[in-house]
Design a protein around this ligand. Structure first.
Ligand code: ADP
Ligand code: MG
Length: 373
């Protein structure tokens, strides 16, 4: 990809106007760029941070072309763009991230195959089309296993934890509707993630390793730096993956740390990631700044952490409890995305706290977030 260095005043087109698109736009606006956004929701968070807002479906080629037509460079927060549409856009407009990597990562089977081929370590998995194939996998690798839709899954959606053959019968996995992969269920000691940005001409910067706690498969909190030291190993795995897959922009690799200490790559998000949000306040450059700089091929600084940080997601259920006291904690950096439709498990915002005492801050935030109304 040839480097196109766009000056402030140029327009960045973003496919997807959720919180990631909004925070990307905020970085772009700070640097003096104009922003155009396309999103199917008429009150998408990034509508408020865009010069042009197109309210259309991600499958609406004409609308996407009109976004591209008004933009000097195209990026996305939504990674499930239809392959044919994406190829059309990449052929006719400037999309520095290209189509290949995002298409590989859209499908868990091709994603896992690519990670495995890179030499990075992943949990045993297989593509499955029948309950019998899952039974056979359980015989080889042992139960429990987790069955995941190959496409379109996020925040644990489309996943089935299968502990036994009986579970399998009652799970009702819709094999005739979509593709699935099965993988071994690991008792997790920890989850960590590594956020990276790579510029068009190949500069790579690494954020500090992030430690993530999920609840009901949704990210609950991120602690930085990770209290378990896998930074060097994670970076080695990232280097293997970057040799196999071409990345431009910010992306995040999620890892599992198993009970025996083995580090496995879980999945890769080819865009800014929830576990990198702390970087807005805690680092000299945020993952969103890095994303904008890297797709525009501007040089980036090495990342450093001003202070340790804890990021808590504000789901709808959290906001129901914390609405009235969001601004009674001056140490909270409050982000509310501006989604009008509040649902208990929907990501509505997040809070980042910088601290010199991680354990005390984690306890205090747990108390505030877990208290009953
Ligand atoms: P999503 O695309 O929904 O984020 P993930 O594969 O990352 O899908 O799964 C979400 C979460 O579910 C993980 O972060 C982890 O907490 C849990 N999980 C997923 N796969 C496994 C596994 N094989 N073993 C143990 N926990 C898992
Ligand atoms: Mg995940």
């Amino acid at each position: 990809m040839t480097s196109v260095k766009l000056a402030p005043g140029a327009t960045i087109g973003i496919i997807g106007g959720g919180q990631l698109g909004k925070m990307m736009a905020q970085s772009a606006l700070r640097m003096g760029y104009r922003v155009a956004v396309l999103d199917p929701s008429e009150d998408a968070p990034a509508k408020a941070t865009s010069h042009h807002f197109i309210n259309a479906a991600f499958g609406d080629l004409e609308a996407l072309k009109s976004l591209c037509g008004m933009s000097d460079v195209i990026t996305y927060e939504f990674e499930n763009i239809d392959a044919e549409i994406l190829h059309t856009l990449v052929d006719d407009y400037y999309v520095p991230q290209g189509a290949k990597t995002v298409l590989t990562l859209q499908n868990r089977e091709t994603e896992k195959q690519a990670i495995k081929d890179s030499g990075a370590r992943i949990v045993p998995y297989e593509k499955v089309e029948t309950p019998d194939a899952i039974r056979a996998f359980m015989e080889t690798h042992g139960a429990p296993v987790i069955v995941k839709t190959a496409t379109g899954g996020y925040d644990g959606k489309g996943q089935y934890l299968i502990e036994s053959g009986a579970d399998l019968d009652s799970a009702g996995i819709p094999f005739d509707e979509t593709e699935f992969v099965v993988e071994k269920y690991i008792t997790l000691e920890r989850e960590v993630s590594l956020t990276i940005a790579r510029s068009v001409s190949g500069q790579v910067i690494y954020f500090p390793l992030q430690e993530n706690l999920h609840k009901d498969q949704i990210l609950y909190r991120t602690i930085v730096p990770s209290r378990v030291d896998y930074a060097e190993q994670a970076q080695k795995e990232a280097e293997r993956i970057m040799k196999a897959l071409h990345f431009t922009g910010a992306f995040t690799i999620e890892f599992f740390v198993a009970e025996d200490g083995t580090l496995y790559v879980n999945e890769i998000a080819p865009r800014p990631h929830n576990s990198g949000h702390y970087s807005i306040e805690a680092c000299n450059i945020s993952q969103f700044d890095a994303h904008v700089l890297s797709i525009l091929d501007h040089p980036m600084p090495e990342v450093y952490l001003h202070q340790d940080a804890v990021m808590m997601n504000l789901l709808g259920a959290d906001l129901d409890r914390l609405d009235g006291e969001l601004f009674t904690h001056p140490e909270w950096n409050v982000h509310v995305y501006g989604k009008t439709d509040r649902k208990p498990a929907r990501k509505m915002g997040h809070v980042t706290v910088l601290t010199d005492d991680l354990e005390q801050t984690i306890d205090a935030l747990d108390r505030d977030f877990l208290k009953e109304t």
